[in-house]
Design a protein around this ligand. Structure first.
Ligand code: GDP
Ligand code: IMO
Ligand code: MG
Length: 429
């Protein structure tokens, strides 16, 4: 029937996996459309916590087919590890349930090595990438020298191609006086991976359209977030893919008329992992408080790299930018429980730049770095809200916090999450 786009409205890690898992039950297909294993999406089901990196959140809904769309970059080595782990939790990701688009690009060992080396060489100017080879893989794709997933259909030819890819990467590594990769060992490893995953190859775009034509719902699960988008984020401190609604269209091969809901997931505060401007960043005690110590699984430490995330107050200027570039129809607010006990709360409602006030989000990283946030103060609350299951059960101050977000962005908050468990999300009716 339609595509529901669910995407990050900040700098990633907004709780997309948690929400996608909640909504996946309504969909016959759950699709990733961008990025690769730079993503780390957490799903908490009672005592079981799983992290997905490439596989969409439909994994734990037996009625949903999980698909990796053409806009993705797929590391088969990571995929093998992840599928084994998720199957260990009962996901049953057979070739019937997990499909890889033949047009998705492959992240190969040379891409991973070159990502690490170029980050190292950037020194203080480093982007702080996840070092998963994402940038170099999309670079090869745009240069039309990439390797697509369809090439694994023929394992022997694929092994030769991987060998040539590794030798090409070695030329670069040698020039940079970096250790070289073992082309023979890697081509043998990738031939085995090709045999394993060839049965998962599919024309995902055709599958998606067949589902839509038969009246079913497709959930598109975004990776990263709007402010990390290659075009509309804080370039160059961004990822190398289109993270926004436009990426859903190109990454799955669907038209805008199919997308009936565009859900932006936003935390009740902000976090960012990696370098780049972050106007509302907090240093010191309050930043530490929002981050947590790492003792809880939901504390702000990277799901993929374990790096501590930078934290700050909610930035409504940035959120409105995300709402505009995505055409959001609704917002889902996560981690509201983390604000319990903070008095007063701050929300950023404008930036000051060279003495001028603006509510436009500057995409030039240098300009954004010069912006200082203008805050509104709001009262906090002290009640434990983890068991709230409707808006009226939230303290008045928490309801007011939500209302301020809706008023500023012009987008209704459709769901609120008050804890990491599947059961701790409620619809705002
Ligand atoms: P994603 O990349 O957008 O899927 O987000 P991550 O999984 O990287 O990070 C979000 C973290 O917040 C995870 O540990 C989630 O389990 C956790 N989380 C999501 N929603 C809530 C919430 O409402 N409250 C709390 N305490 N944790 C949440
Ligand atoms: P999920 O899907 C948060 C960040 C990196 C770095 C920049 C570029 O879990 O929200 P890359 O490896 O993509 O070239 O790194 O993007 N980044 C993320 N930050 N969540 C993510 O994914 C991220 N994926 C990449 O930290 O700043
Ligand atoms: Mg994450």
């Amino acid at each position: 029937m339609s595509v529901i786009a669910l995407l990050g409205a900040q700098w990633g890690d907004e709780g997309k996996g948690h929400i996608a898992d909640k909504l996946a039950g309504e969909a016959s297909i759950v699709a990733r459309y961008n990025g690769g294993d730079n993503a780390g999406h957490t799903i908490t089901m009672g005592d079981t916590l799983v992290r997905t990196h490439l596989v969409p959140a439909g994994a734990f809904h037996p009625g949903a087919t999980c698909v990796l769309g053409a806009g993705m970059v797929v590391n088969l080595r990571s995929l093998a590890r992840e599928v084994d782990e998720l199957n260990g939790h009962g996901a049953n990701l057979t070739p019937d349930r997990l499909k890889i688009d033949v047009a998705a690009h492959l992240v190969l060992p040379g891409h991973v090595a070159l990502d690490g080396v170029s980050e190292q060489r950037r020194g203080v100017g480093a982007i702080g990438t996840t070092r998963r080879g994402i940038g170099p893989t999309y670079t090869d794709k745009a240069a039309r020298i990439g390797l697509r997933a369809g090439s694994i259909a023929e394992a022997d030819t694929f092994a030769e191609t991987v060998w040539a890819h590794v030798e090409r990467a070695n030329l670069n590594l040698r020039d940079l006086f970096e250790p070289e990769l073992d082309a023979d060992a890697l081509s043998a490893e990738y031939a085995a991976l090709a045999k394993r995953f060839a049965p998962h190859l599919s024309n995902v775009t055709a599958l998606v359209h067949a589902a839509l034509e038969s009246g079913q719902t497709v959930l598109a699960e975004g990776a990263q977030g709007a402010l990390l988008d290659l075009d509309h984020g804080t370039y160059p401190f961004v990822t190398s893919s289109s993270t926004i609604t436009g990426g859903v269209l190109t990454g799955l091969g669907v038209g805008p008329r199919h997308v009936t809901r565009v859900i932006g997931v936003a935390k009740a505060f902000c976090s960012r992992v990696g370098a780049g401007p972050f106007p509302t960043e907090l240093h010191g005690e309050m930043g530490d408080r929002l981050r947590g110590t790492g003792a809880n699984p939901w504390d702000e430490f990277g799901s993929t790299t374990g790096r501590p995330r930078r934290t700050g107050w909610l930035d409504l200027v940035a959120l409105k930018h995300a709402a505009r570039i995505n055409g959001l129809t609704e917002l889902v607010l996560t981690k509201l429980d983390i604000l319990t006990g903070i008095e007063p709360l701050h929300i950023c409602t404008a930036y000051a730049h060279h003495g001028q006030s603006t509510t436009d989000f500057a995409r030039d990283a240098a300009v954004l770095a010069e912006c200082t946030p203008v805050y509104a103060e709001l009262p906090g609350w002290t009640e434990d809200i983890g068991s709230a299951r409707r808006l009226a059960a939230l303290p008045r101050a928490a309801q007011e916090y939500i209302r301020q977000i809706e008023t500023f962005t012009g987008i209704p908050v459709s769901h609120v999450s008050v804890g990491p468990d599947r059961s701790q999300i409620f619809a705002v009716t």
